[in-house]
Design a protein around this ligand. Structure first.
Ligand code: AMP
Ligand code: MN
Ligand code: MN
Ligand code: MN
Length: 282
C-alpha cells in the first residue's frame, strides 16, 4: 500500500534527525514516498535522496518557505523542485540572512527577561548555522531549566505577544511562489488551519495563493484536527486545488506525529502526487 508523506524536517533546519536518519525512520514506518521540506534551505536533499535510494523508497525534493502575508507568517511548501535553480537558490539565501539577524534580536529580547546567552545557545543547537529557528531557542531554554519542554517555551516566550517574540519580514508570497515555479515545483499552502485568521481572510489568502500559481493545499497534516481536514478538503474541492498529505515531522519526542502516521486524504480530493506519478500529466 502506498504511504505518502510530503512534509518533513531534518537537522538542516529545525528537525532533530539527519536527512539519512529521517529517511530510515520513514521507511521503517512504511512510507513509500517521502519529501524533505526543510525551512528555507535545500542542503539536505542530496543526502536524503541517497538514503531513499538505499532504503528503496521514492524521494521528492522539497522545501518549506517562510512568507509574510500582511501581519501573518505563512508557510509555502514547494514540491518536486529543481534544487539547482538559481532563482530559488538565491531567494532562499536571502531568507536565511534575515534569520540570522532575527536570531540576534530574539537573543536580546530573551536577555531582558533573564534568559542569557540565548543566541549562542540556540546556535549550538542549530546544526546548520544558516538556519536558526525558534525551536533551537526552545531547546536551549529547556536545557537551561526555564521551562520543562519545547511546547511550554513557545507558550511562554516565543509566540506573538510573549517576551521573546520578534516580528520579522520573511519573503513575499508572490516571490516564494515565483521561485518555486521557476524551479518547476508545485506550490502547496502548508497547514492552512494553523493561521489565525477568519473565513473571509482565508478565502483572500487562497485567492492570492492561486493568483500567483499556487496549486495545492496541505489538507492532511499533524497540525489539523479532523474538522480542519474536512474544512480544507472542501476548500480544495471547491477551488479545484490539489491536496497534499504531510506529517510536518520534526523529531522523536517533539512531534506527536511520526512520518507516515497520518489519515488518508478525504474522499474527492485530488492528490498532489498525481502530478509526478501519472504519465499523462508529467
Ligand atoms: P521560525 O521559522 O524560526 O519562526 O520557527 C517556526 C517553527 O517553530 C515551526 O516550523 C515549528 O517547527 C515551531 N513551532 C511554531 N509554533 C510552535 C508551537 N506553538 N509549539 C512548538 N513548536 C512550534
Ligand atoms: Mn519547523
Ligand atoms: Mn510550517
Ligand atoms: Mn514544517
Amino acid at each position: 500500500m502506498e504511504n505518502i508523506d510530503l512534509h518533513n524536517h531534518s537537522r538542516v533546519s529545525d528537525g532533530l534527525l539527519s536527512p539519512t536518519e529521517l529517511v530510515r525512520l520513514a521507511a521503517s514506518n512504511g512510507v513509500t514516498t517521502l519529501s524533505l521540506t526543510d525551512h528555507d534551505d535545500i542542503e539536505g536533499l542530496a543526502e536524503a535522496k541517497a538514503a531513499a535510494d538505499e532504503a528503496g523508497i521514492r524521494f521528492i525534493n522539497g522545501v518549506e518557505i517562510s512568507v509574510t502575508w500582511g501581519s501573518h507568517t505563512i508557510h509555502v511548501v514547494g514540491l518536486n523542485i529543481d534544487p539547482q535553480q538559481s532563482k530559488l537558490v538565491q531567494g532562499l539565501h536571502q531568507i536565511r540572512q534575515g534569520r540570522l539577524a532575527r536570531a540576534k534580536l530574539i537573543g536580546d529580547e530573551l536577555a531582558k527577561v533573564g534568559i542569557s546567552g540565548a543566541f549562542e545557545g540556540a546556535l549550538r543547537f542549530a546544526q546548520n548555522p544558516n538556519i536558526i529557528a525558534r525551536p533551537h531557542f526552545a531547546r536551549y531554554i529547556v536545557e537551561q531549566g526555564h521551562a520543562k519542554n519545547v511546547g511550554q517555551v513557545f507558550k511562554r516566550f516565543l509566540i506573538k505577544g510573549k517576551p521573546g517574540y520578534v516580528r520579522h519580514r520573511w519573503a513575499e508570497l508572490s516571490d516564494a511562489l515565483s521561485w518555486i515555479r521557476a524551479a518547476n515545483g508545485i506550490p502547496v499552502l502548508a497547514h492552512p488551519g494553523r493561521y489565525e485568521m477568519g473565513k473571509a481572510q482565508m478565502e483572500t489568502l487562497i485567492d492570492e495563493f492561486m493568483d500567483h500559481g499556487g496549486q495545492a493545499l496541505e489538507v492532511v497534516t499533524s497540525n489539523h484536527n479532523k474538522e480542519e481536514v474536512e474544512i480544507f478538503a472542501q476548500h480544495a474541492r471547491k477551488r479545484n486545488l490539489m491536496a497534499s498529505r504531510g506529517s510536518d515531522f520534526h523529531g522523536p519526542g517533539e512531534s506527536f506525529c511520526e512520518p507516515g502516521k497520518l489519515p488518508e486524504l478525504p474522499y474527492g480530493c485530488r492528490p498532489v502526487w498525481q502530478m509526478w506519478s501519472s504519465p499523462s500529466t508529467h
